[in-house]
Design a protein around this ligand. Sequence first.
Ligand SMILES: [Zn+2]
Length: 159
Amino acid sequence: MNDTDSPLLSGLVAARELRECAKCGTRFIGWSWHNHCHACYRHLKSDPDAPQHDPEAETRLLRMELEMIRLELAQERQAYLGIVDQLATLERACMDLKTERDLWMDRYYKALATRASRRSVIPPGILRRLLWLCHPDRHGDSEAANTATVWLLSQRKKQ
Ligand SMILES: [Zn+2]
């Protein structure tokens, strides 16, 4: 990953554009401040009597320019592939976090359910005292004492 290179690269690519020569109308790739094609620029800078075109030099310059553009393109592509790779990594991390969140939510709901069921259970110490208090032997084997004892015993089985 080359995070430091890509903004500079995109800046370079953005600064270079297809331009039209102000003198001869030829289209060329240059910086935004270039107003003349290579041939006209050299002609303007040199002796007006000098030959206007040097096809070999022009070809050399164009080849250099093409090579530079190819290099920029390759670097841009590399940066793009790096970003795609990073995106895939982030998407995987996001999936993992969602799975983990679901797991914790599941645990949370289970804990809530457990707490709710525990709340309705009579604590063992209290249950023992209640059984002792309403034992049928203490209440003349009454129907109320028997019913209450059966229910209290059923609560003990749930624990
Ligand atoms: Zn020109």
